[in-house]
Design a protein around this ligand. Structure first.
Ligand code: GRG
Length: 338
């Protein structure tokens, strides 16, 4: 760990470098993302087999935001996704991996983006998702592992929503479980009584929005917790006392957008923070300025900029983190309660 990183932790914020980038570099980012599909021998590619389908979702959505989807190798992507399909109806991280609700959602998102939902065995996916719901309404991530987590509640609801099959699960049960994870501070945790975390809040608000239950929360209290995540550098963190990270430009901002409070964040400084986290040589966006870039932070940085109305990026849907153009009539109309 560098001396600068230790200093960042001590001050609980990132340093904005002198002469940081102030313009988006879309061509660089498209090249950075496309390189992942072309070089199977790339160290990062080989080491990321356990998140291959999620990685495809990050890359495809980045390209869609940059309006460069046509540059992707569709046949290769479809081969990888089909290879990850399992007899139990779900998708694994890649070929030979057990089915997981996260990768199943990502496979559905990718095939929706590629306009190839026809390749999905909808009944089989519905069967897999239904099998993960527990008596208390919560969801496991994979069969036979008691790992209930509000992330998986959202993944289940989003998968079925995108397939127009939401009614196939116990929706009231999932909403009741998510509401058990609602904390006094306005945030949500991973399971009942666990600490509020911005990533889990996104998942819970997304679940409530998709099932039309946003009126169950105190919007102002939740928005306040989220808005307090903005650090003096402009970047957003995931919980109190933690460092800002570009990915929270999505988890925090999208949550605020869904409940109609995006304006509680200072837009100008957040845009500066994301732009300062780009790499002008290799392309891509990092977790914070001067760190190494990767597809995960690239997609959520671009998605955050799109929500902030940054010019030249396709508009994004705050619930599904997919472009509104791609989602068409599946795009979620954000209607915060009065
Ligand atoms: C449709 C985009 C989309 C997502 C699917 C799986 C999922 C739903 C969302 C994940 C939400 C989440 C929990 C995000 C947080 C990711 C992250 C950076 C976790 C690290 O957390 P900590 O607590 O790190 O280790 P910090 O220091 O940031 O608190």
């Amino acid at each position: 760990m560098s001396l600068a990183s230790i200093w960042n932790i001590a001050r609980r914020d990132a340093v904005m470098p002198v002469g940081a980038l102030t313009e988006l570099l879309p061509e660089k980012h498209a090249d950075f993302i496309l390189k992942y599909g072309k070089t199977e021998n790339l160290y990062e590619y080989v080491m990321s087999e356990h998140l291959r389908i999620s990685g495809l979702y990050w890359c495809l959505t980045s390209l869609d935001l940059l309006d460069k989807l046509e540059s992707a190798d569709m046949d290769l992507i479809i081969d990888v996704i089909n290879g990850a399909k399992n007899p139990d109806g779900g998708y694994g991280a890649s070929k030979g991996h057990v089915s997981h609700i996260l990768h199943t959602l990502c496979a559905v998102q990718c095939l929706t983006t590629l306009k190839r939902q026809d390749l999905i065995d909808v009944d089989a996916v519905v069967g897999f998702v239904k099998g993960l719901q527990q008596a208390d309404g919560s969801f496991y991530g994979l069969n036979e592992e008691a790992d209930n987590d509000t992330r998986f509640s959202f993944c289940a609801v989003a998968t079925l929503y995108l397939l127009k099959k939401l009614e196939e699960i116990d929706v009231e049960g999932v909403v009741n479980y998510v509401m058990q994870c609602y904390n006094f501070d306005g945030g949500f945790g991973t399971y009942p009584k666990s600490e509020s975390h911005a990533g889990q809040i996104y998942c819970c608000i997304g679940t409530l929005a998709t099932t039309n239950n946003l009126e169950r929360i105190d919007i102002n209290r939740t928005a306040r917790w989220l808005a307090e995540r903005q650090c003096p550098s402009g970047g957003l963190c995931g919980r109190p006392e933690k460092l800002p990270d570009v990915c929270y430009s999505w988890w925090v901002l999208a949550s605020l957008a869904i409940i109609g409070k995006q304006h509680w964040i200072d837009k100008e400084t957040l845009v500066k923070f994301i732009l300062a986290s780009q790499d002008d040589e290799l392309g891509g966006i990092a977790d914070r300025p001067e760190d190494e870039t990767d597809p995960f932070h690239t997609v959520f940085g671009l998605a955050g900029l799109s929500l902030l109305g940054y010019e030249g990026l396709q508009p994004i849907d705050p619930v599904f983190c997919m472009t509104t153009r791609t989602l068409g009539d599946l795009s979620f109309a954000t209607k915060p309660p009065e």
